[in-house]
Design a binder for this molecule. Sequence first.
Ligand SMILES: [Cu+2]
Length: 264
Amino acid sequence: MAGMPMPSMSMPPDPLAKVESGERVYDYPMDQRATTLWYHDHRMDFTGPSVYRGLAGFWLIQDEEEAALPLPRGERDIPLMICDRAFNADGSFHYPSLDPTLWSPGVEQPYMQGVLGDVMLTNGAAWPVLDVDTARYRFRILNSCNARVMQLELEGPNGTLPFVQIGSDGGLLASPVEHQSLVIAPAQRFDVVVDFSGCKAGDEITVRNLAGQGSTGSVLRFKVTREVADTSSVPAKLSTVEPLVPTASMSRRTMDFHRYPPAG
Ligand SMILES: [Cu+2]
């Protein structure tokens, strides 16, 4: 960290602030299982607009247990950061902040439950197309929407293709789980394998969002361009997950969450 940022012209200097320069090293040990994480800015009250503008990325952790598995890898291990965004006529992001300079927080009243957009982006591109081989692919799917819950389905020329889930936010699963569709809420991750080996060159597979309508009902498309032999596989046992044993807990707490004013 190279010193404190100076306030910009639009921000009045805080008379109580004590401004200092300095340097600090933050050292976080990476002692955890292989998993698909993401990082984003968390300035208090401004996480929404910051992530909306793209201050977010993947943080992929690998380990030896995962490396020993015959899963798709290299060019066939692809993170997909999916979000909805709205744009102004000049192509800039449209975020309904009360204060466009982001000095004070808050959004316009209709967006108090979250900001929705009408353009679906994957890794920053609107409705992109990815050329794929007739092989298995590992996709690390992240919902980086502000508020949109998606239900994703793979629509091919001969019906739907399944998602074979191999991991979650917490790392590799003990064994794979097949899904016909994925319900994924903001910040959630699904680590999946999709098998295109039953497809032929020219096939197109569309990722639909069954929870969306109109422009938000489709997300991206895979186009099968090359027929190849594939040696990857999804083993029946992926990882050893230590079970949580309730009786071994130190103490039991009851959390009671409320929302004011009550919704509805
Ligand atoms: Cu966060």
